[in-house]
Design a protein around this ligand. Structure first.
Ligand code: NAD
Length: 249
């Protein structure tokens, strides 16, 4: 991507206090966007925003699983740069792995609430703001996962939500196309972030062996594809689910 392609745009990234979300904030700012770093962990979001500079970034606290909190985030985001974000990246996500016969209902509900309902709430609220603001060239990027296709044992809750994100993305792309808003999702492989840091080493080794590139991915390698999907260079890409896995299937 080249610097300046996102000049004049405002982007909002959830999960911006860590991993892929934080790397995405850096690259969207590199490409000229003003960036709102949103996270349930306000301090972490503030760290991300501080790194980018206060003239071109802002931090806000949001719990994507709460409609009320998301509504508040829309109001805060509008205040930050006096215009609704036309780029929204749904990167907030959690795992609560466990075998089905022992999975507490709470672990199923929590993963659903953040990964799938959160994607819905943020997408709906910010798409409305884009449409009301009559913004052109909107782009929403959702984070699914290759786990939606690998369907690993011990990840029924996570796999189901990430498969749901693919369907949700496709429907949203069909409904929002007429407003000039594109909606796409990415299926990352195993990326070296705090989320994967808790995966047992034996499983990470298996992943690396199965991956044709023979390594984990870096958050910037996902963020580059997000920056592309956010930019006019992907102007005819809509409803896509793009695997970024080093070839891991
Ligand atoms: P991460 O754990 O490093 O960061 C997730 C961020 O989301 C954290 O800052 C956390 O505070 C925030 N968050 C969690 N719940 C939230 C909520 N309710 N509201 C707002 N913020 C919340 O994770 P990551 O590796 O950067 O993953 C980012 C996204 O990419 C997730 O959706 C994840 O499922 C997906 N993904 C990651 C990988 C990977 O290997 N790391 C692979 C495939 C998909």
């Amino acid at each position: 991507m080249s610097a300046g392609l996102l000049a004049g745009k405002v982007a909002l990234v959830t999960g911006a206090g860590s991993g892929i979300g934080r790397a995405t904030c850096r690259l969207l700012a590199r490409d000229g966007a003003k960036v709102i770093a949103a996270d349930r962990n306000l301090q972490a979001a503030q760290q991300t925003a501080q790194e980018l500079g206060s003239d071109r970034s802002a931090a806000l606290e949001v719990d994507v699983s709460s409609a009320k909190s998301v509504q508040g985030a829309v109001a805060e985001a509008l205040k930050a740069f006096q215009v609704a974000p036309s780029i929204v990246v749904n990167s907030a996500g959690i795992t609560r792995d466990g075998y089905l016969l022992k999975m507490p209902e709470r672990d199923y509900d929590d993963v659903y609430a953040v990964n799938l309902k959160g994607t819905f709430l943020v997408t709906q609220a910010f798409a409305k703001a884009m449409i009301e603001g009559q913004l052109s060239g909107g782009s929403i990027v959702n984070l699914s996962s290759i786990v939606a296709k690998m369907n690993n044992i011990g990840q029924a809750n996570y796999a189901a939500t990430k498969a749901g994100v693919i369907s949700f993305t496709e429907v949203a792309s069909k409904e929002f196309g007429k407003f000039g808003i594109r909606v796409n999702c990415i299926l990352p492989g195993y990326i070296d972030t705090p989320m994967v840091a808790v995966v047992p080493d034996a499983i990470k080794q298996q992943v690396v062996q199965r991956c044709p590139l023979g390594r984990l991915g870096q958050p910037e390698e996902i963020a580059e594809v997000i920056a592309f999907l956010a930019s006019p260079q992907s102007s005819y890409v809509n409803g896509a689910a793009i695997e970024v896995t080093g070839g891991l299937k």
